[in-house]
Design a protein around this ligand. Structure first.
Ligand code: SAM
Ligand code: SF4
Length: 335
């Protein structure tokens, strides 16, 4: 008998089992690489998914084969109804994870434990208080750093995400990796990506090859071990021999991982994005509110997914600002 194809499989046979849900367009930081200095026009509250709508939409994805959901934003933990959202999503047969800037996570430990949410990614781009203020436009380094250490102590599986920017924090690569000597964390270096209003410039990006060169010349080739990447992993993983933790590089620009992509993104206003770089969106929330079935809309959106980076298949296309202005700012996509 012919196996029925999932509605989450695209024309290139990529099966989408991972959904990232943005809970809000708001944030308590203002990272320069993520949002324009002037901010973004925020959607009215009535246009943002409420917790029942998040659950109903997520349920359709899970019923059709999604096995992992990551909550993101904006800053997901600033939603007042976050405990209800966690409780509702935790009732689905799915692995739940969260990406946060860490500022308020100490207030949510009990809920995270109660709902079995063990995988936490924290964004931290520098170990310097003054650079933290420059990049996030807020003075919160101490809180984020202390909360990250607290998560490790409380037994969470912690990954730290740092967007590397040339001549800003690339001199900290070795310090970041040294953190993995005694901490069982994964430190992940992300290539700076272009989005609407973030003043991206290829020259500001620190590519995978350069990161590896710095690391091997400091620790020596023999001490840098390549470790196995998980299936559909967007990161290339390494560790320094004898260190408790590991480090990884996410090279969406120089080395895209589109051929094994299993990710879909739901924005806080209920739009499905079939790719981080895609300008086109499918409005699931309006259809849900009109009482329509959203599964056919999801299927259609997935069938239209481009093979590579929302159609920007070369670095030359990636450098065209007019292509990014058709997409959202990262703060309203969710990473
Ligand atoms: N506020 C949460 C946080 O900062 O972790 C979640 C939302 S944030 C948009 C998700 C991830 O996107 C963060 O790890 C952030 O570093 C990453 N990010 C934002 N803008 C980026 C860019 N231009 N290039 C690469 N990564 C980016
Ligand atoms: Fe906020 Fe996260 Fe964007 Fe920074 S990266 S502005 S913390 S959403």
């Amino acid at each position: 008998m012919k196996k029925e194809q999932s509605i989450l499989t695209d024309q290139f046979k990529r099966n989408h089992t991972y959904l990232r849900i943005s809970l809000t367009e708001r944030c308590n930081l203002r990272c320069t690489y993520c949002m324009p200095a002037e901010g973004i026009p925020l959607s009215p509250k009535s246009h943002i998914m409420n917790y029942d709508e998040i659950y109903e939409i997520a349920k359709v994805f899970v019923t059709n084969g999604v096995t992992k959901i990551r909550l993101t934003g904006g800053e997901p933990l600033i939603r007042k109804d976050i405990p209800i959202i966690l409780e509702k999503l935790a009732s689905l047969p799915v692995e739940l994870a969260i990406t946060t800037n860490g500022i308020t996570i100490d207030r949510h430990i009990d809920d995270l434990k109660k709902f079995n949410i063990n995988n936490i990614n924290v964004s931290l781009d520098t170990l310097s208080k003054s650079k933290f203020k420059t990049i996030t436009r807020r003075n919160q380094f101490k809180k984020v750093y202390q909360n990250t250490l607290m998560l490790v102590e409380r037994g969470f599986n912690v990954k730290i995400n740092a967007v590397l920017i040339k001549d800003f924090n690339d001199d900290e690569i070795i310090d970041f990796i040294n953190l993995t000597k005694n901490l069982p964390i994964s430190f992940r270096f992300i290539e700076f990506m272009p989005f609407n209003g973030n003043k991206w410039d290829l020259k500001k990006m620190v590519p995978l090859a350069e990161i590896l060169k710095k690391v091997t010349s400091h620790f020596s080739n023999e001490n840098v071990e390549k470790i196995k990447d998980a299936e559909n992993d967007t990161s290339k993983n390494y560790k320094i021999k004898g260190f408790k933790g590991s480090f990884a590089i996410i090279s969406s620009v120089t080395n895209p991982f589109c051929d094994t992509c299993n990710r879909l993104r739901l924005t806080a206003d209920g739009k499905l994005k079939n790719c981080l770089f895609s300008a086109s969106e499918a409005d699931l929330l309006s259809s849900l509110r009109e009482g329509k079935f959203i599964a056919p809309i999801i299927q259609r959106a997935i069938q239209h997914k481009f093979k590579i980076r929302g159609g920007m298949d070369t670095i030359e296309k990636l450098q065209k600002p007019d292509l990014h202005s058709q997409n959202r700012s990262m703060i309203s996509i969710g990473g």
